[in-house]
Design a protein around this ligand. Structure first.
Ligand code: ADP
Length: 180
């Protein structure tokens, strides 16, 4: 029998704000604490489970709907889910909250200019040139969380500090054990 609680860390934020990077940085920290977890990442999911979907409001909602189904099954079976999805609509995030076990809304917040400057995948440039449509922050809306459980301002802090902020929250709220 596991005494681990299921939870869903839901990282929302602009492209390039740091969601995937923080998720990766959390892996060794969760492993060190013996936590059972799965990582669900926008880019990975869109290459598999939801590869038929695009970026209209409807397709974005469907993308999250399918991911929510997975997170619901995992979290109710005591698995921690580390999710990184732009998920720009508050109503969609609220819907995830209502369906999964122990939803934690994490606003990975970096100013648009910073994300654009980082331009990790070269997509902001293409979006500015009009070559990518429905690009969040440029030609599509991003509704910042109204009541995030955690806000991580990645501009001006290291990746490790960002991951630690989240680990600390999970520890303080009893979702994961502290290191022995
Ligand atoms: P997202 O998954 O939100 O689209 P990525 O994680 O792919 O964003 O990219 C974030 C970029 O910002 C990476 O190049 C990362 O190294 C950089 N970065 C700088 N500081 C931080 C931080 N404190 N936390 C996360 N990423 C950071």
């Amino acid at each position: 029998m596991s005494d681990q609680k299921g939870f869903v860390v839901w990282m929302t934020g602009l492209s390039g704000s740091g969601k995937s990077t923080i998720a990766m940085a959390m892996i060794p920290k969760l492993k060190a604490r013996g936590v059972n977890f799965e990582r669900l990442d926008g880019d990975v999911v869109r290459a598999s489970l939801t590869r038929d979907l695009g970026f209209t409001k409807e397709d974005r909602a469907m993308n999250i709907e399918r991911v929510t189904f997975v997170a619901k099954l995992l979290s109710r079976n005591n698995v921690g889910c580390i999710c990184s999805f732009i998920s720009p609509y508050q109503s969609v995030r609220d819907s995830v909250r209502s369906q999964v076990t122990n939803f934690i809304e994490v606003y990975v917040n970096a100013p648009l200019e910073v994300c654009e400057d980082r331009d990790v995948k070269g997509m902001y440039k293409l979006a500015r040139e009009g070559k990518i449509k429905n690009f969040t922050g440029i030609s599509d809306p991003f509704e910042a969380p109204e009541n995030a459980d955690v806000e991580i301002k990645t501009d001006g802090m290291t990746v490790d500090e960002s991951a630690e902020q989240l680990i600390k929250y999970l520890e303080e709220n009893g979702y994961i054990p502290t290191l022995a």
